[in-house]
Design a binder for this molecule. Structure first.
Ligand SMILES: [Mg+2]
Length: 375
């Protein structure tokens, strides 16, 4: 099989330039901030927001996505280190090879197993855009996901509220987990399920709804004075987007968020790509949602299942970690830049995710045809 994932030399240099920019503001592999929900149950609202780690948060906010201007400045400042960055980039690519170039190994590992597909939405199926309401997926991506769902049980797990992600994807045969898995719904007529499968409808944080509404309103009011700040109510998660906020105002914005969260000790703060997210302090995340869905589908204790999770964000690491711990399936990180990750493979951007899904379906169709011929 040819390597369809070969990257032209100029693209490699462009990626390296941007990576130098990321490295200039923080060590390379900037997967932001201090975890909000760790084993010690020290939540951001009680600890990280206390002041000690605010500088770490600011650094991670800066590192979350290098801009072209930063890239150019960083290149001129540290041009001699481009070689070094390229070296690091290629070492990372060896460690987390492209899922496209490894597709033969991936499908051969699935022999005798049932692939179950889990997909993040923003930055995985849709491009990251300035206006979160305009993060539309392409028709080609929608067709690819539809075909995947025809052959494999497929779930979308997103930080967005359930209704929003369903409206973006607009496919009926899928399982959807909104608000980082706090709001889960299955298709009305599920297929691919095992005999023990249960109807899927799950909302473990129902009692937080009034609090989430209140914190949304408070954050909306408090951040009004920061131009470009955008507060989004994702039902069980409130998102404060700072993609369009001038970097000089990030510190003020963080202070505004912090001052609101002081009043809500049962909420915690996490960070995604240019977004601060406020969620209930429940020990529930995308990894737990993945496990819940596997169980609901009837695959909980099955060895013949191969879950595949594709995501681009810090919050997707919880799902990658679950797969590593189960020793089942694998995670695929979508990133142009080297990052610390629990994933096994990588893809650079949503267009590569689409190509991966298309090739998976092509392989499935061919293998089904071959099986029919043999009978
Ligand atoms: Mg994402």
């Amino acid at each position: 099989m040819t390597n369809q994932n070969a990257v032209p030399a100029e693209a490699v240099v462009a990626i390296a330039v941007a990576a130098v920019a990321a490295a200039a503001s923080s060590p390379m592999f900037p997967y932001p901030p201090p975890r909000a929900c760790g084993r010690k149950k020290k939540y951001v609202s009680q600890l990280e927001l206390g002041g000690v780690r605010i500088s770490a948060w600011m650094e991670s906010m800066k590192a979350s996505s290098p801009t072209h201007a930063k890239a150019a400045a960083a290149l001129s400042a540290v041009a001699p280190s481009v070689d070094c960055v390229l070296e690091e980039q290629s070492a990372w690519a060896m460690r987390y090879p492209s899922a496209l170039s490894m597709i033969e190994q991936i499908v051969s590992a699935s022999k005798g197993k049932r692939i179950v597909m889990f997909l993040d939405y923003d930055g995985t199926l849709s491009p990251i855009v300035d206006d979160p309401d305009s993060a539309f997926m392409s028709n080609a991506m929608r067709a690819a996901v539809k075909n995947v769902a025809r052959y494999f049980p497929t779930a979308i797990i997103s930080g967005r509220c359930l209704e929003k992600v369903i409206n973006f994807v607009r496919l009926t045969d899928l399982y959807y987990a909104g608000s980082h898995g706090l709001d889960i719904k299955g298709p009305e007529k599920p297929r691919h399920v095992k005999a023990k499968a249960q109807p899927v409808l799950f909302q473990p944080a129902c009692e937080f709804l009034p609090t989430m509404d209140a914190v949304y309103r408070a954050l909306f009011e408090r951040t009004k004075s920061t131009p470009g700040a955008r507060v989004e109510n994702n039902k069980f998660c409130v998102s404060v987007h700072f993609r369009c906020v001038d970097e000089k105002s990030w510190s003020a914005l963080f202070e505004q968020v912090r001052s609101v969260l002081k009043e809500y000790p049962k909420l915690r703060l996490t960070q995604g790509r240019k977004v601060l997210e406020i969620r209930p302090t429940l020990r529930w995340d995308k990894g737990k949602a993945l496990e819940f869905l596997l169980e609901s589908l009837g695959f909980a204790n099955h060895k013949d299942v191969m879950p595949v999770y594709i995501g681009d964000d810090r919050t997707d690491e919880d799902a990658f970690k679950v797969l590593r711990e189960r020793g089942q399936g694998f995670g695929i990180l979508v990133s142009k830049f080297p990052k610390e990750t629990n994933a096994t493979y990588s893809l650079k951007e949503p267009s590569e995710v689409k190509d991966f899904l298309v090739r998976l379906v092509q392989w499935k169709r061919l293998s089904m045809k071959a099986r029919t011929k043999c009978k």
